[in-house]
Write a protein that binds this ligand. Structure first.
Ligand SMILES: Nc1ncnc2c1ncn2[C@@H]1O[C@H](COP(=O)(O)OP(=O)(O)OP(=O)(O)O)[C@@H](O)[C@H]1O
Ligand code: NI
Length: 322
């Protein structure tokens, strides 16, 4: 069952240098209870896409067009058209985010327990104090040792990994239906990263939460994702179940990414830049945005016309498959 259906999402940034076409006609689905990974080089539009789902785009950015249909109890809600007041009730509660930098999500002046209580109270009402024991419970859930005393700690008293887990416990405090984790793992080492994703997996199984996670680490994708969307230059170029993508990548860009991963000198499977530079999104290449870097581009075609997306379970946008 689809819980979220993003269609033709387009987001531009109006800068002095020109209009940055950061995300253009991006479509993808999220199913109930699945983990969808979004991968792609820096600047490919992963964060902008996921932030736009609940309209977390600040000026000079603007959502130009598209829809984001959120399905809840038989209801269909277009998040891009919902009045801000109603969207605010969904954002943070039903659709929660964990952002790149855990420190920026925590207030140094308040204890962790207080801040988690605050997150709960914001959506359920009542006094922050009454949620303290729930905060301790949440910290236990994200495997923080000695949660009673941790709840009384201030952010600076915690390690990076602990801070990240505290932020996650805030994000899951209202049992979101969708959790969006934007590189939740860069602040911590790989073992902790894997533990956190393991935790998401458990939450997904426990209460059917759907997860979108953004990462540069293909090892984590292979281990934790059900499906993968690959972004390049503001577009999704390929989308497939995870085993399918690893065994049978179709887009030349995806193939390049995966070649970089099986490199034994790169044991953690981090994405390595493939030859060439990421496109300028003020003047993106015409046709297929990847064509200037593509070793198998079809002359007279790829630099002229944009490839359509074909396929059902395994989607690809490349002229080689049309
Ligand atoms: N405030 C802004 N002003 C102008 N351009 C922006 C702004 N925010 C994002 N962009 C542009 O939008 C594009 C997509 O950025 P985005 O942050 O979504 O990339 P990303 O895939 O998340 O990269 P990373 O892996 O580094 O996090 C980039 O070209 C970026 O320069
Ligand atoms: Ni990002």
């Amino acid at each position: 069952m689809k819980i979220l259906e993003v269609k033709d999402l387009t987001v531009y940034f109006y800068t002095y240098a020109g209009v940055v076409k950061a995300v253009e006609k991006v479509s993808f689905d999220l199913y109930k209870g699945e983990v969808l990974a979004i991968v792609g080089e820096t600047g490919s539009g992963k964060s902008v896409t996921t932030r736009a789902i609940t309209r977390l785009i600040q000026p000079p950015g603007r959502i130009i067009s598209g829809s984001a249909i959120y399905r809840r109890d038989g209801e269909e809600i277009d998040l891009l058209k919902l009045p801000e007041e109603e969207l605010r009730k969904i954002r943070g509660a039903e659709i929660a985010y964990v952002f790149q930098d855990p420190s920026s999500a925590l207030d140094p002046l308040y204890t962790i327990g207080y801040q988690i209580g605050e997150a709960v109270a914001a959506h359920r009402g009542g006094k922050i104090k009454q949620y303290f024991s729930e905060a301790v419970d949440l910290l236990r859930r994200v495997l923080i040792p000695d949660p009673e005393s941790r709840a009384k700690s201030y952010p600076h008293q915690l390690s990076g990994g602990m801070k990240q887990r505290s932020v996650i416990s805030m994000a899951i405090s209202n049992r979101p239906r969708i959790l969006i984790a934007d590189e939740p793992t860069t602040a911590v080492d790989v073992t902790v990263q894997a533990q956190i994703l393991q935790l998401f997996k458990r939450l997904k199984e426990e209460f059917g939460m759907s997860v979108i996670f953004i990462t540069h680490n293909m090892g984590l994708v292979a281990e934790f994702a059900d499906r993968v969307a690959v972004m390049y230059g503001g577009k999704i170029v390929e989308e497939a179940p995870v085993e399918e993508l690893f065994q049978n990548p179709r887009h030349p860009y995806t193939k390049g990414l995966l070649r970089a991963v099986v490199n034994p000198l790169n044991p953690q499977g981090r994405l390595e830049p493939i030859p060439g530079t990421i496109p300028n999104l003020i003047n993106p290449p015409p046709g297929c945005r990847f064509h200037p870097r593509c070793l198998v581009a079809i002359k007279g075609k790829c630099e002229r016309e944009e490839p359509p997306t074909v396929g059902e379970r395994h989607k690809v946008a490349c002229w080689l498959y049309v």
